[in-house]
Ligand binder design. Structure first.
Ligand code: NAD
Ligand code: ZN
Length: 252
């Protein structure tokens, strides 16, 4: 086992040498805020089959189930706060070291930690509001919840009558074009990609660290367990994200 301090020194050295870093985050950066990741035993994502996009579109019952699950999570989403990992990333952004944070998370904790909206790229959307699938107009979860309670179903879009869904990307749903384009541009422009808390198993998102590597950027991964991209990385740190990145910033 390498000495954890050596890992911190090595990661600090990579960051110091880099001019333009992209941070790529997954569910692992938010577990220290109390949000279970995909693979945690007992986590809500492991207890229930996710509703596929196709079923959401076709089946009012799937939409009902989906909304009930979302409303059950409302107290959790309102209570969670950024942790040391999010704060360290926000500091790196504020220092001008990190150009963008590409995230698979839907919890909006990077923005809550102070990363400017335009520097966060949400590949899988955001659970804190809803959108019409046809015209894209934004709707608030609280309004949908009130309608759901009085009518037993979420409202259709007030503007166009389209189906309304949380602003997240479900299994089987096309990736958001604008975010994919921005993520690609940020990746092509970086000289170091720092992955924090992703199993790197979900594509196309997991393609960005590989793309960075292919284009000659450095790759560093901080994750509790191994990932399929460890062999491509310049540095792999198997440790808890919050304490690790906190220590790295202090060592810069
Ligand atoms: P994942 O669950 O597949 O992988 C998370 C990785 O983080 C795991 O390998 C785990 O070992 C590691 N990890 C967990 N806590 C850690 C910690 N404190 N320190 C270091 N490592 C830690 O997550 P993924 O790669 O993001 O893919 C899961 C999918 O589920 C994503 O598409 C994401 O959109 C969605 N999801 C989002 C949230 C959220 O928004 N917070 C939560 C769960 C799932
Ligand atoms: Zn609409």
């Amino acid at each position: 086992m390498p000495n954890p301090d050596d890992d911190v020194i090595a990661l600090a050295a990579l960051l110091r040498a880099a001019r333009r870093v992209v941070v790529f985050t997954g569910a692992g950066i938010s577990t220290e805020s109390g949000i279970p990741d995909f693979r945690s035993p007992g986590g809500i994502w492991t207890k229930m089959m996710p509703v596929e996009f196709r079923d959401y579109i076709r089946d009012p019952e799937a939409r009902r189930v989906s909304w009930e699950r979302r409303f059950e999570m409302e107290d959790t989403w309102n209570a969670v706060r950024p942790n040391d990992g999010h704060r360290a990333v926000a500091e790196l952004v504020a220092m001008g070291k990190v150009s963008h944070v590409i995230t698979q998370n839907i919890d909006a904790l990077h923005q809550a930690s102070g990363v400017p909206e335009e520097q966060v790229i949400e590949l899988h959307g955001n659970t804190r509001y809803a959108k019409c699938l046809d015209c894209g107009v934004r709707m608030e979860i609280s309004d949908i919840r009130a309608h759901f309670h009085s009518h037993g179903a979420a409202p259709d879009c007030l503007d166009c009558g389209g189906i309304v869904k949380t602003a997240t990307i479900s299994f089987g749903q096309p990736m958001p074009e604008d975010e994919m384009t921005r993520a690609e541009a940020a990746t092509l422009a970086c000289d170091l990609m720092l992955v924090l808390g992703s199993s790197l198993a979900v594509y196309p998102a997991a393609g960005f660290p590989l793309l960075a590597r292919k284009m000659g950027a450095g790759l560093a991964i901080v994750n509790r367990e191994e990932t399929p991209q460890d062999d491509y990385a310049d540095l792999v740190v198997n440790a808890e994200i919050g304490p690790t990145v906190r220590a790295v910033i202090d060592a810069l």
